[in-house]
Design a protein around this ligand. Sequence first.
Ligand code: SF4
Ligand code: SF4
Length: 450
Amino acid sequence: MTVAELNKTNPQSSQNDAGVDLNWLAQRVEYGLYQDCVHCGLCTASCPTYVMTGDENDSPRGRIYLMRAVVDGRANASEKVREHLGLCLDCRACESACPSGVQYGKLIEPFKVALELSAKGDDRPPLLLRLLLKHLFPYANRMKLALMPARVAQSLGILKFMDSTGLIRILPKTLQRMQAMLPPKMALFPPQALPEHLSAVGPKRAKVALFTGCVTDAMTPETNHATARVLQHNGCDVEVVRGQVCCGAVSYHSGDEDGAKAFMRQNLKTFDPSKYDAIIMNAAGCGAMLKDYAHLMHHDPESVQAQAFTAKVKDISEFLVALGPIKPKNPIEMQATYHDACHLCHGQQIRNQPRQLLGMIDGLQLKPLEETEICCGAAGTYNLTQPEMSHKLGQRKAEYIEATGATMVATGNIGCQLQIQKHLHDRGNQVDVVHPVQLLDQAYGPVPKS
Ligand code: SF4
Ligand code: SF4
């Protein structure tokens, strides 16, 4: 599609009207970052949306071309441009594939925020979704309250009944999609909140702070409990710092940069990096965001604090491997497979560490997964904003998982966990999806009472 055709699709825009605030963008994206792309096309085969549509505009190279065309004033942010950029998962597989070192995330993320800020009418997500993104998802306590009726309905079989009879369709589409993503076996009563201090088992090797996240804390608190116990077993004193809030990713990716920065500032106030050997994260998406604080705040008064904070953020697998993990004693006789969460493998370049940790568990066989680094379609809130592409990618991932013959899937991100679980269940497959730390926790066993 030519630039003229792209512009034509939005009759309200003119060549002089970029459709986004170019000054706002220029303050956040160095122009040279667009120029790093030499249009070689080596990234296209690794791009999930290009693989699915075969449309150059849905490839990394095409999207960089579109963004640059808007910034250069050769195109405006027309409906078509918004469609192609909106379909991007921000999975950053293109960064891993690019031999020229294009920092695609630093281009698309602010560009998507700029598109959100300037969106009008049908370009905006539905009102209910916007309200949920702003007022519910980033708040763990609100999420916990909102999940209570779902826990009760799931325990009583009401959700299953509504699903099988089609009654679920009386809910708005957004709520239907959210319901479909719920963990399938939520306990009626979630475990109690973790205490503020947990002591190392055996000789103390490190002192860490645990970042509990909002969706993980509300939906799969077991993952945080498992993370804390695994750290204790590895000789860590763990502090579950009170006053911590959402990492800011939900707000930032839905176009609310001010809201995201408010969360970021609160976290900078709450965590004193000098007190800890590491700030531990177990959700890849949030981890990538926490590691991006220094970049996102480099013009802000808190830039020095943000750098100190970022330097201490570690994914649980990254931290344990660097510390020297203690081998767990209990075997788990099982065939499992591992899905690489995009924001772990592409966003944080963490690939071997989770495999290395799972490899310490006697009896656990890790089956290789085809296309393990291709996005499962979760991508933050993508499954709510781009349900069709998300569905296609989820089904593709489930098919490859089934081909491994594994009876368990491990993945280091809550979003991938929920998405893969949903798509396996949709296919009638009851394979469980867990965080790797939950398998480790099982292999270490309970923490001895002191
Ligand atoms: S992003 Fe990298 S790999 Fe893709 S076309 Fe540009 S230079 Fe080539
Ligand atoms: S971030 Fe992912 S979906 Fe977007 S262009 Fe890169 S590879 Fe494609």
